[in-house]
Design a protein around this ligand. Structure first.
Ligand SMILES: *Cc1c(COP(=O)(O)O)cnc(C)c1O
Length: 352
């Protein structure tokens, strides 16, 4: 009788949005950017010397860290890079959350946080958002082992002010406060400057949403040099060469093309505001989204029904069958044409 199963690490994994593959699909389910990455990225791919791939990449990926540091006006030693921000966040959890006290994050937020907490045996508590899906600051004044706040929050799309975050940080100077800014470029009020006054704040961002590079897997964290060094030590105890030569070059080219991304972000915001008006007209309600998605519920038609009907049309949105949000749809913002088609089909479904 073999009993290796007794010592299995069994865990219920995070479930990402599906990646269907239909030529006619409208994919609004994983908050990807509908526009291609910067033309400078294509240039890098064209000129990339594949012979260099026989060598390991630079373990510190300093060319990329330098470019990110320069873009934000901070030091290279204040930047940590990883294989998407999921990788960066996982390492941050491992590095900073080693207390016996529970870490705190909202009951409705990025559904990967509790998976990492379980994976790394970190105790956690999930204070409830209020009825309008806002974070209640007082819930974060208690003794804890660390805090994670997605700002803007996902899947709600709602953001909190810098003053609000500052208040939470002021009450939590003895633990690390992670601010996950995956969608910050669609709202524009990053808390990045807080890393200069608070040595316990880590800002995490990604190339996957605003920079149209979900397929490349590049994320980064910014914080005081000591936090970054601690993350590097954990990283190098795990995998010494996380960033490939290609992702370093592509990441550098993308972050340097500010003008291009300003344009695509502007288009997405315009389409988002158009989509809000149309959804309202069709009887949906939602909080004020500051992201590239809208989290909406309909006054009389069930979300899971709409989700299924859209899917039949190869229009993919995200539905979470979880407490408090099981009558909501999270709709990523596509191109103006895609959203027009989506609204037209949605209107047909609702009128049946
Ligand atoms: C998309 C997302 C991430 C992860 O993005 P990566 O593709 O791994 O960089 C992290 N946090 C939130 C809140 C997200 O929505």
């Amino acid at each position: 009788m073999s009993n290796w199963r007794d010592n299995l690490r069994s865990i219920e994994p995070y479930v990402p949005g599906e990646q269907p593959d239909f030529s006619d699909m409208v994919k609004l389910n994983t908050n990807e950017n509908p526009y291609p990455p910067s033309p400078k990225v294509r240039q890098v791919l064209k000129e990339f010397n594949s012979d260099t791939l026989k060598l390991y990449p630079d373990p510190s990926s300093h060319l990329l860290a330098d470019a990110i540091a320069k873009h934000y006006g901070i030091g290279t030693n204040q930047v940590f890079t990883g294989v998407g921000s999921d990788d960066v966040l996982a390492i941050a959890f491992m590095t900073f959350f080693n207390s016996e006290k529970p870490i705190l994050f909202p009951d409705i937020t990025y559904s990967f946080y509790d998976v990492w907490a379980k994976l790394f045996d970190i105790p956690y508590k999930r204070p409830e958002l209020d009825a309008d899906f806002n974070i209640k600051a007082e819930d974060y004044y208690c003794d804890n082992g660390g805090i994670v706040i997605a700002n803007p929050n996902a899947p709600t799309g709602i953001s909190q002010s810098e003053e609000f975050l500052k208040d939470i940080i002021e009450h939590n100077r003895d633990v690390v406060v992670i601010i996950d800014e995956a969608y910050i470029d669609f709202c524009g009020n990053s808390a990045l400057n807080l890393i200069q006054c608070y040595d316990n704040v880590l800002i995490v961002q990604t190339y996957s949403k605003s920079r149209s590079l979900a397929g490349m897997r590049i994320g980064y964290a910014m914080g005081n040099a000591e936090l970054i060094k601690a993350m590097d030590d954990v990283r190098f105890s795990f995998n010494s060469y996380p960033m490939t030569r290609l992702s370093v070059e592509i990441g550098k080219a993308a972050i340097e093309d500010t003008d291009y991304y300003k344009e695509t972000i502007k288009k997405i915001i315009e389409t988002r505001e158009w989509t809000k008006k149309e959804l309202k007209r069709l009887g949906f309600t939602f909080g004020n989204s500051d992201t590239n998605f809208i989290f909406a519920t309909h006054s009389c038609v069930n979300a899971s029904y709409i989700f299924g009907k859209l899917k039949e049309k190869h229009i993919f949105v995200r539905y979470f069958n979880s407490p408090r949000i099981d009558n909501y749809l999270r709709i990523s913002i596509g191109t103006q044409e895609e959203m027009k088609y989506f609204i037209d089909e949605l209107e047909k479904i609702l009128s049946k």
